[in-house]
Write a protein of this length. Structure first.
Length: 276
């Protein structure tokens, strides 16, 4: 496979096996799905549209997309992740599962009516090349939904300083043996994510905007989300972050236009379309 860090892919496969999303309340998961997909133009897709979910993981987003389209190709470089996705999505007959990395040969050229890739391409060696590979699979005019970690450009100095500390910690934790790494990430969720999320919720109830609080986006989320995201955040050895401008330039260079960013968390989620 091309453009892949095998250790990172294996770690994510282990993560989805441990947290396969089956314990999540569907309403909570739908709320999370909507945070990404509320800017996606489902109403403009062709009838029986075929598209891809690049880096499908457990299939948590695919379960809401599949009923709205003709065919969905769930792609992941981890066989373990795909096995979890197959179990979670067994009821859908319009889903195909493809064991592949984000590469030029993952799908036929210009075969897809839409595509999305959420929280994946900042975990691969060449993000720019990954976006270009997605573009090659899409038909002209096809919408593409992308989520990449932001570089805190819209945050205060304090936020950026905290991130630098946590990034140093991430590099240590991600090098730990698997079981110890999962335990440490669980403790981070319990003693850092959960308290900060609940403090943010209290601020909200007091009609104070909690945006200044780290992890305020978790204020309405179940602890299960915090466990999976803490492992996702601190358990991977390969993580990149980008500004809006950098994402815009990568998309434009790959042949996308009409690039629009969501101004709400998580940052940065954007929708674009492949140039005609």
């Amino acid at each position: 496979m091309k453009n892949i860090d095998k250790k990172v892919a294996d770690d994510f496969g282990a993560e989805w096996e441990k947290y396969d999303q089956s314990a999540l309340d569907e309403n909570q998961l739908k709320i999370a799905w909507n945070q990404y997909f509320k800017i996606f133009p489902f109403n403009k897709l062709v009838s029986n549209a075929e598209g891809f979910d690049m880096g499908c993981g457990s299939g948590r987003w695919a379960k809401f997309v599949a009923p709205l389209v003709g065919k969905l190709n769930c792609i992941d470089p981890s066989v373990r992740a795909l096995n979890v996705a197959k179990k979670n999505l067994f009821e859908f007959e319009n889903i195909s599962f493809i064991n592949a990395s984000v590469s030029d040969d993952m799908l036929p050229f210009e075969s897809q009516d839409f595509g999305y890739c959420l929280g994946v391409l900042h975990h691969i060696p060449d993000t720019k090349k990954g976006i270009e590979s997605c573009a090659k699979a899409l038909k002209k005019g096809a919408p593409f939904l992308l989520y990449l970690y932001y570089n805190f450009e819209n945050r205060s100095f304090v936020f950026k300083f905290i991130w630098k500390i946590t990034d140093f910690i991430r590099k240590i934790i991600s090098s730990l043996p698997s079981k110890l790494k999962m335990l440490v990430c669980y403790l981070i969720a319990l003693f850092i994510y959960y308290p900060l999320a609940r403090i943010s919720l209290i601020f909200t109830k007091l009609k104070i905007n909690p945006k200044f609080m780290p992890l305020s986006d978790y204020k309405d989320k179940k602890f299960y989300f915090m466990k999976t995201d803490a492992l996702d955040r601190f358990g991977t050895r390969l993580e990149k972050r980008f500004s809006r401008q950098e994402i815009t330039e990568m998309l434009e260079n790959a042949g996308f236009e009409n690039i629009n960013f969501s101004n709400e968390m998580p940052y940065w989620v954007c929708i674009s379309s492949k140039k005609f």
